[in-house]
Ligand binder design. Structure first.
Ligand SMILES: Cc1cc2nc3c(=O)[nH]c(=O)nc-3n(C[C@H](O)[C@H](O)[C@H](O)COP(=O)(O)OP(=O)(O)OC[C@H]3O[C@@H](n4cnc5c(N)ncnc54)[C@H](O)[C@@H]3O)c2cc1C
Length: 259
């Protein structure tokens, strides 16, 4: 599949290190949690979740994302996709808990919106390092209740999303959707396991992708050998029992890197 050419029509600065790039293509049938392979010409092709049917929301962490941050309106990048398995869409009258950390809010904002539109009751726990790093608070607030945590206490509860979760009755939710830094997701995973609600949960994983379509095996996770790009990136909590989550991931050469 050749990449489509996506022209940037608007750029929103969400935080000092996170920007949303709106483009001139519309992925009308995309499911929240699905991703696109973004071809940053001359640099690399990297996976990004869709933050809406016509946007990606990018955190500047390295070479490709720094190059994306140099692009202006009217510039373009290549896009393949959408690919992968997204979050299970809720039905009417379900109670949904969304747990988002940092740029992990990107695929979860359209999920919260889709759940709200479907008639579900949506509660979001939104965490970040500090108030200025919180993204999409308004989008989550339009979909339902929002509980905030910041590491430094500059907004909401001081601490981590797990500190907010400890105060909630998790048994009332029908579905729990999680995306954020792996350390955060591993802590949430343990907490959901302790509270015996893991079977209601889904986690969106980040791994190093090459092909993005399930052929090369670069993103396989231990022990089951699931391909994050094709079998995921969204997995049920039960699928991740006894997996490498929170322990290690593999780099471009396949070597294990401790988390
Ligand atoms: C399915 C999927 C969906 C994704 N969705 C998004 C998204 O919506 N928005 C987004 O910003 N990113 C997302 N990512 C992560 C994104 O693909 C990487 O951040 C990107 O590939 C980094 O490329 P780079 O060349 O800029 O950094 P590299 O040069 O490859 O890495 C530079 C340094 O940053 C570290 N690094 C790499 N990725 C991350 C990370 N995610 N967080 C912190 N440190 C990191 C590396 O270990 C390395 O030390 C997603 C990943 C997957 C697999």
């Amino acid at each position: 599949m050749l990449p489509l050419n996506a022209i940037i029509v608007r750029i929103n600065e969400e935080s000092p290190s996170i920007r949303t790039f709106f483009f001139d293509l519309q992925f009308e049938t995309m499911k929240p949690g699905e991703f696109v392979m973004v071809w940053v010409r001359g640099v690399d092709e990297v996976p990004m979740g869709l933050s809406s049917k016509n946007s990606i929301t990018v955190q500047k962490v390295g070479e490709a994302t720094s190059k994306l941050f140099e692009l202006k309106e009217g510039d373009s990048f290549g896009l393949r996709g959408p690919f992968g398995r997204g979050f299970s869409l809720p039905s009417k009258e379900e109670k949904i808990l969304v747990i988002a950390g940092g740029v992990g809010a990107a695929p979860l904002a359209p999920y919260a919106e889709a759940a709200h539109t479907a008639g579900s009751e949506v509660h979001t726990v939104l965490g970040a390092r500090s108030a200025g790093d919180l993204i999409f608070e308004e989008r989550f607030a339009e979909a339902g209740n929002v509980y905030i945590s910041t590491d430094d206490g500059s907004k909401g509860k001081k601490g981590f999303v797990t500190d907010v979760l400890s105060d909630l009755n998790l048994s009332v939710y029908d579905k729990i959707a999680v995306c954020g830094p792996e350390i955060m997701m591993a802590s949430v995973f343990r907490l959901l396991e302790d509270k015996k609600v893991l079977e209601k949960s889904e986690f969106s994983l980040h791994r190093y992708f090459k092909c993005g379509i399930g052929v090369c095996g670069a993103c396989c996770i231990d022990k089951a050998g699931l391909r994050v790009c094709k079998d995921g990136p969204v997995f049920s909590g039960v699928q991740l029992l006894d997996s490498e989550l929170g322990k290690y991931m593999r780099d471009a050469s396949g070597r294990r890197v401790k988390i």
